[in-house]
Design a protein around this ligand. Structure first.
Ligand code: SF4
Length: 214
C-alpha cells in the first residue's frame, strides 16, 4: 500500500496532467436522469445507455411520469440497453418509491439513495458526484482495478475500496478522483495489458497484480 505521501503524489500527478477533469459541454446533470442512466448502464455500453435513455425520457422524464407508465411501455423504450424487462421493473419500482417516499424528489444522501430499490453504493455515489456535486469517488470496474494496482487501496470489494479512497484521498482532490482514476483505467491501466511504459505514474505505482504490462 502507498503511504499518505504516495497517495498525495499520485493525485498531484493526475491534477497536474488534467487540472479540469470535470469539464463537460453538457453542464449540470439532473439527479433523476442521472439515476435512471446508472440503472440503464448496467452491463451495456455508453452508446446503448444513451439511446435507451433518450427514448425513455421522450416519454417520461420525471419520477411521477415514469411511475405512471405501464411496464411493457418502459421495457419497449429501453430495449437498446439490454436486460430490458429486468431494468424496466427496477426503474418502475424506483420511480414509485421516489413518488411514494420522497415527494418525487431524488434523495440527497447516500443512505437515502441506497434505500431506493435497485440502487447500490456505486450508483448512489455516481448521483452524488455528478448530479449533486459531492466530492465522492464512485468505484466502478476501472476505479477498482486502478486503485488496487497503484496501492491506493487494497480491499477485495468495490464498496470497501470506496471506503478506503474516501479515507485516504486528500480533500482537495475529492472532485477529481473518480474521473482521473476512471479515465486512467479506461485508456492506460487497462484490465489486460496495461500500458505501463506510457503511464505517468510508473515511478509511483506498486503494480499490484500486474503480469502482462506493455
Ligand atoms: S504503471 Fe502500469 S499498473 Fe501502474 S497505474 Fe500505470 S499502467 Fe497501471
Amino acid at each position: 500500500m502507498l503511504d499518505d505521501a504516495g497517495v498525495e503524489a499520485v493525485f498531484e500527478r493526475f491534477a497536474t496532467a488534467d487540472p479540469d477533469p470535470d469539464w463537460s459541454p453538457k453542464g449540470p446533470r439532473d439527479p433523476f436522469k442521472t439515476l435512471v442512466g446508472v440503472v440503464l448502464s448496467a452491463r451495456t455500453q455508453g452508446v446503448n445507455t444513451e439511446k435507451a435513455a433518450r427514448q425513455l425520457f421522450a416519454l417520461a422524464d420525471t419520477p411521477g411520469a415514469l411511475a405512471a407508465l405501464p411496464l411493457p411501455e418502459i421495457a419497449a423504450r429501453i430495449v437498446p440497453a439490454g436486460l430490458y424487462n429486468q431494468k424496466a421493473k427496477g426503474l418502475k419500482a424506483m420511480a414509485e418509491a421516489l413518488v411514494r417516499d420522497h415527494g418525487g424528489r431524488v434523495p440527497g444522501t447516500r443512505e437515502g439513495l441506497m434505500d431506493l430499490p435497485g440502487v447500490g453504493r456505486k450508483s448512489a455515489d455516481i448521483v452524488l458526484r455528478f448530479a449533486l456535486r459531492h466530492p465522492v469517488c464512485a468505484v466502478d470496474t476501472h476505479v477498482f482495478r486502478v486503485s488496487r494496482r497503484l496501492g491506493l487501496a487494497a480491499s477485495p470489494t468495490p464498496d470497501k475500496v470506496a471506503d478506503e479512497l474516501a479515507r485516504r484521498t486528500p480533500e482537495r482532490f475529492g472532485m477529481g478522483a473518480h474521473l482521473w482514476l476512471f479515465r486512467h483505467g479506461r485508456d492506460v491501466c487497462r484490465g489486460r495489458r496495461p500500458r505501463c511504459v506510457a503511464c505517468l505514474l510508473e515511478d509511483l505505482c506498486e503494480k499490484n497484480g500486474v503480469r502482462d504490462a506493455v
